[in-house]
Design a protein around this ligand. Sequence first.
Ligand code: SF4
Ligand code: SF4
Length: 343
Amino acid sequence: MAQELKGGLAPLPATNKLGFYEIRMASVGGFGANVAGKILGEAGVLKLGYNGSNFSSYGSEKKGSPVSAFVRFCDPSLTVRVNSPVTEPNLLVIFLESIARTPGMLSGVGPDTTVILNTPMDPDKARDFLGLAAGTLVTVDAMKIAIEEKTRVNTALLGTISAVTGFITHDAVKECIVEAFGKKYAATVPANLRTFERGGREYQSKKFAADGKYKPQPFSRAGQKLGYLNQPIGGTIPAAGNSMYKDLTSCRSGYIPVLDLSKCTSCGECDITCPDYCFEWESAPSKKGKQEQILRRIHYQYCKGCMRCVLICKFDALKSHLETEVDKAVIENGYITGAKEAK
Ligand code: SF4
Ligand code: SF4
């Protein structure tokens, strides 16, 4: 229920039993969820005069590691004494479609929650994709906007957040975007403001009643599998070779390198540059009978789309492409042309 506030402040659209309107943002490193949380917190507290707090939770500061940002707003007369993660959000923002079906993503989402999902899908399709029991679902193709404006999805999503919450005003968020980006990256401010405006316009929203189509997911805290009684000494990970299961697909921000083997000289520069060992090589005899290492393919499962390999390749064998425009077969094969014969 909307809460009336003193001092001319717009009422909060909903509050929990402690009096907070709570936001949870789910993302991975590299998409600006932490910055978005800070901008939102500053807009609400410093520019508009609500009381509130913001913090983020992330592991190693590495592109691709899980990131959650939490923001709380309340009446200015209320003291913020809660500093735990948001478990039952009024607003859940999912920064990437690829992480949307992670177990527990919808944990604590109820019929009064608004979920914003970065996806080209419409709300009906997105509901089925997520398995959302009930609530308001807002979809926005923030990735497309970010690619077109050469920015990141965070400012597009801030535009959508400002539009759907109403009380975190457009002007307050804009001011904070200018302050946040103006100091270090002044040249990016106009593009970020355009991204923000588009995020506030180019979204679709639909409210779904609890019709029994999907099961609600009340908040539950997963138990710890390892603790001081049973964890290996020194925190070692005994499962050797477990990194082969890692999947960095969700870290890519719209672009992937495409390998044209007909131009590749197997010089190895890309392999030295790639931080994630994405390139697969094979030892094969050359025409002169000499054993050589030949580049065979890119493993896209391990590729986070940093594009360092594209910059380093002197032979034009690696090119940056929009991932949505690349044929699925190319991603499966790991190259765009037939395998190169040994030299
Ligand atoms: S893709 Fe480019 S950098 Fe990599 S081995 Fe081939 S020619 Fe060298
Ligand atoms: S973009 Fe290139 S360098 Fe970066 S992770 Fe992917 S393959 Fe490796």
